[in-house]
Design a protein around this ligand. Sequence first.
Ligand code: ATP
Length: 199
Amino acid sequence: MFLKSLTLKGFKSFADATNMHLEPGVTVVVGPNGSGKSNVVDAIAWVLGAQAPKSVRSQKMDDVIFAGTEKRPALGRAEVGLTLDNTSGLLPVEFNEVTITRVLFRSGDSEYMINGAPCRLLDIQELLSDAGVGRQQHVIVSQGQIDAVLNARPEDRRGIIEEAAGVLKFRRRKEKAERRLDATEANLLRLQDLLREVR
Ligand code: ATP
């Protein structure tokens, strides 16, 4: 699986629709200071579902919407689309290409899409976690994160590895199922008490 293309529109410094085609292998983004190189990485983190403004180097989430310049007014929405090559079938869908789209409006409303079909953030998270791209997004490793991984407690480091390996999703589902089992058991006990009272 590799990133095939990235489309930005109204995201940070990319006011105009910008499409980047990527090839398998290493891609290097070059440009002068402040030209928007890191904004490209932020866009990838964002479309993959980043929820904390900090994770895209912002104070608040609507900071990702083009804020305007001396010559151009601010925009009302940011949109990023990321197309993943899925010929390997790593993502559990039958398409050879999967495009994930995220849109944010200044009103705070947001939209998510998979191959153009509206969906929930959860659908995107579940889809990606099968490919080891989890909520913590260890596919994007910043310098600070390398320090954090090296200094992490063993159990936290295990969580990072589990997330990257796609195991964490099953652990979360197991925990959820156990909570439901506990709740059902509590309901059963209560029912038995009620039956005893009625008899
Ligand atoms: P460096 O090489 O110094 O790390 P860079 O190429 O990685 O720089 P970025 O940090 O990606 O640069 O981009 C910074 C630029 O993006 C700044 O000029 C900033 O004004 C602009 N920018 C960030 N957010 C917005 C926004 N919401 N609207 C308009 N411009 C924005």
